[in-house]
Design a binder for this molecule. Structure first.
Ligand code: PEP
Length: 251
């Protein structure tokens, strides 16, 4: 498994035809890249078709959310076994847009993470402070709350399968990324929390991505930091050229 993981979160963008085109372009441009783990997360409606495109490549499929129950009367929800069935290996959990617009709490994030792990899949668990919280010196408190409560009750073995994405909310979709120093400071802090919750070995092994206005021209500095193990990319993952260049700049 590569240490560096770059995941593209397409959010609520791209219909099926557009998704197939985007996935095909990414596949063509990344055919020889093995050193970076690449995950693409299209909307639910495109998962099946994108899976066909990236089958037998190194590119992995991810979903942007899930529900924690396996099946039943939960209109509109999609379960983890359904995502596994369609070929997903990763599921983004607790993205700040879900926390903000859909009132997702750490407890909900925790239930979803456990459901993903139970199916043998990998959650990408998002944490991060809002601008106001950073301005008020609350960054570490907020991140600690997200990490400790979202990961509550996970075994060491489960934790090793999970990925954490540090995504300062003020950097998402704003064009203002955290500096490499700001990212490293929080990533190091998260690794320290993991050491307290699990142990030093586990803390070292867990991959921590940075997310927030990652572009081809800032990924090198971010990835050069000791505790930054990749990126969760929103806007720049919607164009094959920029997404592929982000991946290639990690080589
Ligand atoms: C995201 O939504 O996870 C994200 C990081 O978005 P962007 O790259 O557009 O800031």
């Amino acid at each position: 498994m590569s240490r560096i993981i770059i995941a593209g979160n397409w959010k609520m963008n791209r219909n099926i035809g557009e998704s197939i085109d985007l996935a095909n372009s990414i596949k063509r441009l990344l055919y020889d890249v093995e050193e970076v783990e690449v995950v693409i997360c299209p909307p639910y409606t495109s998962l099946s078709d994108v899976r066909e495109v990236i089958m037998e490549t190194n590119i992995k499929l991810g979903a942007q959310d899930c529900y924690w129950e396996k099946e039943g009367a939960f209109t509109g929800e999609v379960s983890v076994p359904m995502l596994k069935d369609v070929g997903c290996e990763y599921v983004i959990i607790g993205h700040s847009e879900r926390r903000q617009f859909f009132n997702e709490t750490n407890e909900i994030v925790n239930k979803k993470a456990k459901a993903v792990l139970k199916e043998g899949m990998r959650p990408i668990i998002c944490v991060g402070e809002k601008l106001e919280e950073r301005k008020n010196g609350k960054t570490f408190d907020i991140v600690k709350g997200h990490v400790v409560n979202s990961l509550a009750g996970l075994s060491r073995e489960e934790m090793l399968k999970a990925v954490i994405a540090y995504e300062p909310v003020w950097a998402i979709g704003t064009g203002v990324n955290a500096t490499e120093g700001q990212a490293q400071e929080v990533h190091k802090y998260i690794r320290g929390l993991l050491e307290e919750m699990f142990d030093a070995d586990a803390a070292r092994s867990v991959r921590i991505q940075y997310g927030g206005s990652v572009k081809p021209d800032n990924i090198k500095e971010l990835i050069s930091q000791e505790d930054v193990d990749g990126a969760l990319v929103g806007g720049a993952s919607l164009k094959a050229d920029s997404f592929v260049q982000i991946v290639k700049n990690c080589l």
